[in-house]
Write a protein that binds this ligand. Structure first.
Ligand code: GL7
Length: 808
């Protein structure tokens, strides 16, 4: 790797200059935020120099460009990652220490942009990192929300949402490109014009806004490739600032156009796999799609002229879930209305260019829009969708018996709604799920009619994670140990981690694995002390469940286990519990009442247990507020048990399971999502698997023979007790009882089968923790998990997308 700085001295000289230029002060007189801004500016500048070279190379080599359309990119802090990827992390840390500064402290000043909800958005960010590492000309296309996902505070045990002002101190990584702005039209009406035997369409009377891009450099490991993430912001077309209104004292009215336009990119919708049924959301979806398509076509035209039939050869458009589903129709619109192609020619190009990933089978997350809303906001795009739907219907041979049902299941327009998943499939040449079981479920049920008609387009791409961010960067003590043992080739090729298996029989090495874990637990304990004032003991087991709150993820099952352990210990002081700290973190969608109640329950239980001297030497419960990429990087390395306990069949993949495995946590989980691949790779004996499997869940539901009351009545002593405690005030101290949770379990008949899996879960936890005292064997299993986790690097995932979908 070519070094950007010859040596420390050279770095120091340039850094000092940057600090001076930005703050007008000497380094010694600056605050950490000034130091951060200057350093990030400098690194961003270096990155842009490489980006220009990358661009040049892509052009001369005629590389295919991959555009990854995603309404979320949860990128996390970039500075440390970029120093690592540029191979200058140690040099910079040393140099800054010589200057009397502290790189860690400087890095902590960086905002952690919350431009995503959870797994889906973080996956998109890991993919950018891996595309750059693999030397793919890969570009992120997304939204620049002024307010990212809300900041979570906990008040009286409850989640309170506060606006996330991530831009308030400036964001040195981005560059605004007003010259690349794109005009986006909403509303209006379609008009037609005849030219010979062809009819051309356009839209008149639209209400326009300007989509303005902000570019963030994406630095690949090795420093060879720097790609770009382009995020769109909405602005008014001209400054329609009304001076008369202002002078008359109507300050708000004076700026109305700006406010209306900017509203489109003001907030990220806070639903993770759920409803988004708002007009503004549809505007967001069209804005970043239309602006992104315009941009990629301009780039194509610069390089290849108007040879549109070559588009699939030089461009891949990947749609991350259905939020960018309008990519197909919008591309059709431009090719036909603006470039004069026929429907058939345009359709051939579109379907060979676009591909689609499905990320969930939850019915409430399968996006649908009322036709009336859609056609009013985007009349021409709607007209094209209507035609796509008409041609699709026409392709059915209605004399075949299965046709009626297939048509019902696959139509784009149905029951007054636009079905975005069906639109995505029909416009694509490839559809993939995100873990083996998920892709199988798509074929067998969610999209089974498409799979029957076009089996060849379905494939699986099991998710991955950036092992550089979530291992090398997050876990420096362990990473150092690993590098000492097997060299640093694993940073480039994560499969090299497998070489660690050679150390599974080495007691001295295993002891160092344990020591590194302890240091990480101490680091997290310090963070928890600072953030929540709670003391947790690094010598206890750290049992971790960190992810969005959702009923199917069953944080409720986890906290019920804690309640059970508490009850049994109080009933019998000799009941043995391996001392454990139960760590939870995650946000609930603002409107998701049940999930928020589970957060309140966890905090209610924590309040009681942490203050009860009869148990708090063996159990502590810790809810870490405001889960985000930056504190996730502290939590994963400290974990010993990875709780992955979703109802089987519901978690498409999960990615925290991979991050935790890589950091040496043992999985306590159901056979769901990528847990299945974890078991395949590391062996069932090195994880703790429990609970119903997907076929068992399906069979139980289909039988109609599941009765929550029977389950509880068959175990009054333990389950019955817990159910009663939801109502009897035991945990109500902070803010009351938990009627709605009780209701969900007992009167909604426990849809997520929490009660059903309860015993097998608690038993699995007890068996697993009983093995904890044999530290050497525990560390061996931890090391084995790390060693086998390399397959989960998103580098591997991206190579599969490249070879099997994008052909880039
Ligand atoms: C998700 C899935 O729920 C999650 O299991 C998966 O790992 C992730 C990335 O593929 O996508 N689907 C979804 O809609 N959200 C997810 O996180 C929000």
């Amino acid at each position: 790797m070519e070094k950007i700085y010859e040596n420390k001295e050279q770095f120091i000289e340039q850094y000092r200059q940057h600090v001076r230029a930005l703050s007008g002060k000497e380094f010694e007189d600056t605050s950490d935020i000034d130091r951060f801004t200057a350093l990030a500016n400098m690194v961003a500048g270096d990155a842009r120099v490489i980006a220009a070279k990358t661009d040049e190379r892509n052009r001369t080599e005629g590389k295919k460009r991959v555009y990854y359309f995603s309404i979320e990119f949860l990128i996390g802090r970039l500075l440390d990652n970029y120093l690592l990827n540029l191979g200058i992390r140690d040099l910079v840390a040393d140099a800054i220490a010589d200057m009397g500064g502290d790189l860690d402290e400087i890095e902590r000043q960086e905002p952690d942009p919350a431009l995503g909800n959870g797994g889906l958005g973080r996956l998109a960010a890991c993919f950018l990192d891996s595309m750059a590492h693999e030397g793919i000309a890969g570009y992120g296309n997304g939204m620049r929300y002024r307010y990212g996902l809300f900041k979570q505070e906990i008040v009286d045990g409850r989640q309170v949402e506060v606006a996330d002002e991530w831009l308030s101190k400036g964001y040195p990584w981005e560059v605004k490109r007003p010259d690349k702005a794109v005009r986006i039209g909403f509303g209006g009406h379609v008009v037609s014009r005849q030219e010979g035997d062809r009819t051309f369409y356009s839209v008149e009377g639209t209400d326009d806004v300007l989509a303005v891009p902000y570019d963030i450099p994406i630095v690949g490991y090795g420093g060879e490739t720097v790609n770009k993430l382009r995020c769109w912001s909405a602005e008014p077309i001209d400054d329609h600032f009304d001076l008369d209104a202002f002078n008359a004292g109507d300050y708000t009215g004076a700026d109305r156009d700006r406010a209306n336009a900017e509203a489109i990119s003001a907030i990220l919708y806070p639903n993770d796999a759920g409803e988004h049924g708002r007009l503004l959301r549809l505007k967001q979806e069209y804005l970043f799609v239309a602006a992104g398509i315009r941009t990629l076509l301009d780039t194509f035209e610069r390089e290849h002229g108007k040879a549109w039939n070559e588009l699939p050869r030089y461009v891949a458009i990947h749609t991350n879930d259905t939020h960018p589903a309008m990519c197909g129709p919008e591309l059709m619109r431009i090719l036909m209305d603006e470039e004069g192609l026929t429907w058939d020619d345009a359709w051939e190009i579109v379907t060979n260019t676009v591909s689609y990933t499905n990320h969930t089978i939850l019915p409430e997350a399968l996006e649908k829009w009322p036709i009336s809303t859609f056609s009013t906001l985007l009349p021409r795009v709607y007209q094209i969708i209507d035609e796509i739907n008409r041609r699709w219907r026409e392709s059915f041979d209605m004399s075949k018996p299965e046709s009626a049902e297939r048509l019902r299941a696959t139509a784009v327009l149905w029951d007054g709604e636009v079905r975005m998943a069906n639109l995505s499939v029909i416009c694509s040449h490839s559809v993939n799920g995100v873990a083996k079981i998920h892709s199988d479920i798509l074929k067998a049920s969610t999209l089974k009619d498409f799979a029957a008609m076009r089996p060849e387009m379905f494939n699986n791409k099991t998710n991955g994670i950036s092992h550089r961010r979530f291992f090398a960067e997050a876990n420096p003590t362990y990473a150092k140990l690993v590098t000492e043992a097997i060299g640093d080739g694993w940073l480039d090729d994560a499969r090299e981690l497998e070489k660690l298996t050679a150390f599974e029989g080495d007691p001295a090495f295993l002891e160092r694995v344990g020591a590194s874990k302890l240091a990480n637990k101490q680091r997290l304990a310090d963070y928890v002390k600072r953030e929540c004032g709670l003391t947790i003991d690094p010598n206890t087991v750290f049992d971790v469940q960190v992810k969005r709150f959702h009923a199917y993820k069953r944080q409720l099952l986890n906290i019920m286990k804690v309640m059970d352990l508490y009850n049994r210990r109080l009933a019998d002081p000799n009941f043995k519990i391996q001392p454990t700290t139960f760590i939870f973190s995650g946000k609930a969608a603002s409107s998701y009442t049940f999930a928020k109640e589970v957060i309140r329950l966890i905090n209610g239980v924590a309040e009681v247990i942490n203050n009860d001297p009869r148990v708090n030497d063996v159990i502590k419960v810790c809810f870490i507020p405001n889960f985000r990429v930056s504190n996730a990087q502290l939590i994963y390395p400290a974990a010993e048990i990875s709780e992955q306990i979703s109802t089987a069949g519901k978690e498409a993949s999960g990615t925290s399971n991979m991050k935790l495995m890589m950091n040496g946590a043992l999985t306590l989980g159901t056979m769901d999502g990528a847990n299945i691949e974890i078991v395949d790779l590391a062996g069932r004996e090195n994880e703790a698997i429990f609970g119903l499997t997907t076929p068992e869940v399906d069979a139980l539901r289909a039988s109609g023979q599941y009765f929550a009351w029977d389950v509880v009545n068959s175990d009054r002593a333990r389950l019955g007790r817990i159910i009663d405690q939801l109502l009897d005030g035991t945990f109500a101290g902070l803010s009351g009882n938990f009627e709605s949770i009780h209701h969900e379990l007992m009167f909604n008949n426990d849809y997520d089968l929490v009660l059903k899996d309860f015993h097998s879960y608690v038993d699995a936890w007890e068996s697993l923790t009983a093995t904890y005292p044999d530290a050497q064997d525990w560390n061996r299993r931890a090391l084995h998990n790390t060693a086998m986790s390399g397959w989960f690097s998103s580098d591997r995932t991206i190579r599969e997308y490249r070879d099997e979908i994008w052909h880039a």
